[in-house]
Design a protein around this ligand. Sequence first.
Ligand code: COA
Ligand code: ZN
Length: 328
Amino acid sequence: MNVWSGERRRIYMQEVGTRDGFQSEGTFVETNEKIALIDALSRTGVAKIEVTAFVSPKAIPALSDAEAVLRAIERRPGVVYTALVPNVRGAERAIEARADELNLVMSATESHNLSNLRMIREQSFDGLKQVAALAREAGLAVNISLSCAFGCPMEGDVPDATVLEWTQRFIEEAGARGVTLCDTTGMAYPRQVAALTAQCLARWPQTEFTLHFHNTRGMGLANVLAAIDAGADRFDASLGGIGGCPYAPGVSGNVCSEEIVHALELMGYDTGVDLAALIAASKRLPALIGHDTPSQIVKAGQRLDLHPLPADFAAIRERAAQRGSISI
Ligand code: COA
Ligand code: ZN
């Protein structure tokens, strides 16, 4: 039950487990299993699903079946099916496979951009401008994910000015409809998140901003809450809390979808997500990826998932009553 009265503030949940999650798994999840999982996710009420990535299959073998997956999934009205693309080749493949949106990727820092995308940032930007033009011609929306927006594992702090400059160029020169500020390696902290989020929302009120946090240092939920307080309403999260960029040292999973939904609903926000369905989907993961996930909700259950009394409870109570000479 929601303890707050009045209209609940809407928060849009965007599932990235089948892209950010699967890309870093050693096990190849079978194509039909990916499709079934995405179809289940479509029915949970998430606003967007990052289905896959149209990257080099040599670089990310786990997602080499991108076309087959995107073509076969059910398209549920109200859900946006997006795909990550790093270059023109990827864009052509994603358009052909009927993505709703192209999620372009570039890093805020030169070191991570070179490690991840093998180009300097200016080269990436030139290429991504072409990708954005292709997407527009095909009538698709463009989102840009700016990696390492809150810190780089190789360069350290990233000045807000750098993030704002690239954000501006993507919005004004490349025509991006949405921008995702990515905390690729869990370096963000709440005060920093609030400040950068507030600046972006104030400067570009028409742009759809998403916050993408990894829980590497346990600050994921705190960062989500700080961003909400600063006005954000869209969050990437991954089922089971799996995920991570293979080109970012020390990386670990995204904030966990079911943990974030569980917390936000208790706080009176409207995520639009059927939490039980999300948890059921998450429970399918260990069989697919061959190991447990970091999800605390899968381990502990929801807050009011109660446990049976101990088998000898009546006897315990009886003994306690005798000690206290009270009748119960
Ligand atoms: N889809 C399919 N194949 C692609 C591709 C794409 N989008 N982009 C490049 N390739 C292939 C090329 O055809 C080429 O194949 P070949 O060796 O058989 O000829 C090979 O990949 C290398 O291509 P090249 O243009 O030299 O690019 P690169 O080696 O500089 O790779 C990237 C650049 C970024 C495309 C590649 O490294 C990549 O996809 N990386 C994955 C990035 C990623 O997903 N990171 C995590 C998420 S943020
Ligand atoms: Zn990520």
